[in-house]
Design a protein around this ligand. Structure first.
Ligand code: AMP
Length: 422
């Protein structure tokens, strides 16, 4: 077929889907330990939401949005990130009136028109968490700890680096911005075109620029930490203490920025070894003004987003650990019908079960082995005649024949034993 998937948009094929399930299940398990629940916003929103909720000075909004006019003439956009959508939903449904603390997560596809490369796609998936209604530093520490727990549960501690910084607040940041603009003005001939423009409107973004000459030009730039007001300094100190209590391994990175105006105070990023240049697996931070920018109450929040493709690229080859029974039946109608009845019994008691009807005995056994089933139930002419089943332990290559009526319990206890051995 000459119709192919759109560049930068990938199929997730059955041989990797087990990893996706594992990552999603791990996120759900860990997030529920922190009292988070799921919110599922739509993937398509009014364009205006992202213009306001991300900011029109950003690469995402300037260059990367999938925006189009729908049949009723409205400008709509495939979401490039989840935070704006989640907050829109919180505001629209007055969730903060029902409970002034909201801890929400969402999982799903995002869309950005970027130049595709390894680890960078046009449709990618994020696990996103938002915690609203708590201003204190320990809410930040817990949120960062939750992100760290997720990353380390999947990848282990050793490959991870969590970097933390504070961006100050509306009181102390203007002074820092002025100092930074002054510093950059003396070096503007070394800045890229985008940064020369950003230098006045949003100089923090220059610190984040990946262009080599810009990276060199900002060496020696003033540090935010040295310009924090006393409240922000206390807040940052208490976040770091909280992280230590929670056993999160972190490093301070005074150059880490999220270049949007509404980001305040705590900001962080998790990177992983082994991903080359696209090594950021998660990033996030506090945003004390975003809800009100979007028309909601004056309530602060903190959140983060994990890139699922990148985590999955790093996961060890994790063969799916099948637990279940493959039923092998002599390919004769009456024997297959008998097998079908037994399959239904197994499945009704919650056991995963498969068969391959109409295939030769040998082909069925091969398939059971390849799919990784630990147990096979075999039904041939002899078993049919004596109302028995042969149960084969695939791992130990042992088999025995049991009464048809005892087979279900026998398989069940065998699978439980095997589960416990793992
Ligand atoms: P951001 O929303 O830009 O802060 O990104 C959060 C995380 O999403 C990053 O750390 C990446 O892991 C992931 N991510 C962002 N953009 C892409 C992309 N185009 N393709 C794959 N993963 C991405």
């Amino acid at each position: 077929m000459d119709i192919k998937a759109i560049r930068g948009m990938n199929d997730i094929l059955p041989d990797t889907v087990a990893k996706w399930h594992f990552v999603e299940d791990t996120a759900r398990r860990i997030f529920s330990l922190y009292g988070f629940t799921e919110l599922r916003p739509p993937v398509l929103e009014r364009t205006e939401l992202f213009l306001r909720g991300i900011g029109d000075e950003t690469d995402v909004v300037e260059k990367q949005m999938y925006t189009f006019v729908d049949k009723s003439g409205d400008s709509v956009t495939l979401r490039p990130e989840a935070t704006a959508s989640v907050l829109r939903s919180v505001i629209e449904h007055s969730l903060l009136n029902k409970d002034p603390i909201q801890k929400l997560y969402s999982i799903g596809p995002m869309f950005r028109y970027e130049r595709p490369q390894k680890g960078r796609y046009r449709q990618f998936h994020q696990i996103n968490a938002e915690r609203l209604g708590e201003d204190g530093p320990l809410a930040d520490a817990e949120t960062l700890s939750m992100a760290y727990d997720l990353a380390s549960a999947i990848l282990g501690h050793d490959v991870l680096l969590m970097e933390v910084n504070s961006l100050g607040c509306q009181k102390c940041r203007p002074g820092f911005k002025d100092a930074l603009t002054g510093f950059l003005a003396d070096r503007q001939d070394r800045l890229c075109e985008d940064c020369r423009r950003r230098m006045y409107a949003n100089p923090l973004r220059v610190l984040d620029c990946k262009v080599e000459s810009c990276k060199e030009a900002v060496e020696g730039a003033p540090l935010i930490e040295e310009n924090l007001c006393p409240d922000c300094r206390d807040h940052f100190g208490a976040v770091l203490t909280g992280l230590s209590i929670l056993n999160v391994r972190y490093e301070k990175n005074p150059r880490l920025v999220r270049g949007l105006d509404y980001y305040t105070r705590t900001t962080f990023e998790i990177t992983a070894r082994g991903l080359g240049s696209q090594n950021a697996i998660a990033g996030g931070g506090r945003y004390d003004n975003l809800l009100s920018i979007l028309g909601g109450p004056d309530v602060g929040g903190i959140g983060f987003a994990f890139g699922m493709e990148r985590i999955i690229m790093l996961m060890n080859e994790r063969a799916e650990q099948v637990s279940g029974c493959f039923v092998v039946a002599q390919p004769k109608p009456e024997i297959e019908q008998e097998a079908l009845g037994f399959i239904s019994e197994l499945r009704s008691s919650g056991i995963r079960v498969e068969a391959a009807f109409g295939k030769s005995f040998k082909a069925q056994m091969r398939r059971a082995d390849k799919a990784g089933y630990p147990v096979c139930a075999i039904l041939g002419e002899n078993e049919m005649a004596s109302a028995t089943l042969t149960i084969k332990d695939m791992e130990h290559a042992e088999q025995r024949t049991v009464e048809r009526g005892a087979a279900l319990d026998d398989i069940k206890s065998m699978l439980i034993r095997k589960g416990e051995e793992k």
